[in-house]
Design a binder for this molecule. Structure first.
Ligand SMILES: NC(=O)c1ccc[n+]([C@@H]2O[C@H](COP(=O)([O-])OP(=O)(O)OC[C@H]3O[C@@H](n4cnc5c(N)ncnc54)[C@H](O)[C@@H]3O)[C@@H](O)[C@H]2O)c1
Length: 334
């Protein structure tokens, strides 16, 4: 059994606690959170709940930790864990600055610990099928991708307490940037972006409302990404995720907003089916990702996507923000 600690017991930390404990592969020994409210909910786990990652690492006997703190707060707990020889799974984005991303990458390399970045859509059945079709040669070389991953305005104004210190370019873009790299095998070369602000800042969340990002890749491919945090709350699902990939001999059209069930009642909704409780256990792509991480640690198998991929995605997202700010393309090749 892998002995796991979790840093950050919000939405994701609580999900990971179930994923680990229900996996039969690991056990959560102790967790921590800086907020009293999150510590209160974590007490339901009946294990020690500490107020800082330093205390967690000092007092619990651990093999590995999951970093599930907000986007901008991964560096300190990740670097300190690596320095203690603890293996890692770190939430996406690896970081919200190149300096933080490089510090984590270097700490992981220097300590020789194993680290996976939680790009969960690599376990999402739709994208698993897409990758298999590409691997069978049914799509040919990928020429372009047109993807959007948008949230309703409730996500930055109601769900996340820290949205002003992130953006749709940090919270959402990493998912589709990683998928574009994973599905095409191409590397980003140049990033052009334009963005909108105003709706969120009027509501006290001073960050980008939306970013439109055009990327040129090597070998040649172009991608258009849209990420936004201001969709109307009346949408049937909290997110709208469309991903279209066109190759030389085939194309793939993915819609994960529509999860097969359309429910009518007080509202018209698309209930989530991709992550569900089945037989009393959480099932679905983030859970399968966690199991893969635990198996990788137990068996010494590959832990992909790793910290270098986390850094590459951070660099693309950083370039998108920079380009939108300065109105110029940003080179990311090399
Ligand atoms: N919610 C989602 O749908 C989702 C999906 C995929 C990935 N993620 C990623 O997971 C991470 C966490 O997101 P979340 O939705 O769980 O956020 P959240 O706000 O629900 O939880 C974050 C928790 O971390 C705690 N925290 C902050 N700084 C800390 C520190 N230094 N030490 C210990 N605890 C600390 C907060 O008090 C909070 O309880 C983010 O990077 C996010 O992008 C979230």
């Amino acid at each position: 059994m892998i002995r796991v600690g979790i840093v950050g017991m919000g939405i994701r930390g609580m999900m990971y606690a179930r994923a680990v404990n229900e996996s039969g592969l690991g056990r959560v020994e102790a967790v921590c959170d800086i907020s009293e409210r999150s510590r209160e909910s974590a007490k339901a786990l009946d294990i020690p709940v500490y107020a800082s990652h330093q205390e967690l690492y000092e007092r619990a006997t651990l093999d590995a930790v999951i970093i599930a703190t907000p986007d901008f707060a991964h560096r300190e707990p990740a670097v300190d864990a690596a320095a203690r020889g603890l293996h890692l799974m770190i939430e996406k984005p690896l970081a919200t600055s190149l300096e933080d991303a490089a510090a984590i990458r270097d700490a992981v390399r220097d300590a020789g610990v194993r680290c996976m970045i939680a790009f969960e859509n690599r376990w999402n059945p739709a994208f698993v099928q897409a990758r298999a079709a590409i691997a069978r040669g049914e799509v040919g070389a990928v020429r372009w991708i047109n993807a959007r991953l948008n949230d309703t305005i409730w996500v930055p104004t109601g769900m996340l307490g820290w949205a002003a210190r992130s953006s749709p370019g940090w919270f959402l873009l990493p998912h589709i940037a990683d998928l574009a790299m994973w599905l095409s095998g191409a590397r980003p070369r140049r990033v052009y972006a334009a963005g909108l602000r105003g709706q969120l800042s009027e509501r006290g969340v001073d960050t980008w409302d939306a970013l439109h990002v055009l990327v040129e890749w090597e070998p040649p491919m172009t991608t258009v990404f849209e990420v936004a945090w201001t969709l109307p709350e009346s949408l049937p699902n909290v997110y709208d995720f469309k991903f279209e990939l066109v190759g030389e001999s085939g194309a793939l059209f993915i819609d994960t907003q529509d999860q097969m069930v359309h429910q009518a009642g007080e509202r018209w909704t698309y209930p989530g089916t991709l992550v569900s409780e089945i037989d009393g256990r959480l099932q679905g792509f983030p859970i399968w990702m966690t199991q893969r991480w635990l198996r990788g640690l137990a068996e010494g198998a590959d832990l992909e996507p790793g910290v270098d991929q986390g850094y590459a995605v951070t660099r693309l997202c950083w370039a998108a923000h920079r380009s939108a700010e300065v109105g110029e393309p940003i080179e990311v090749g090399g």
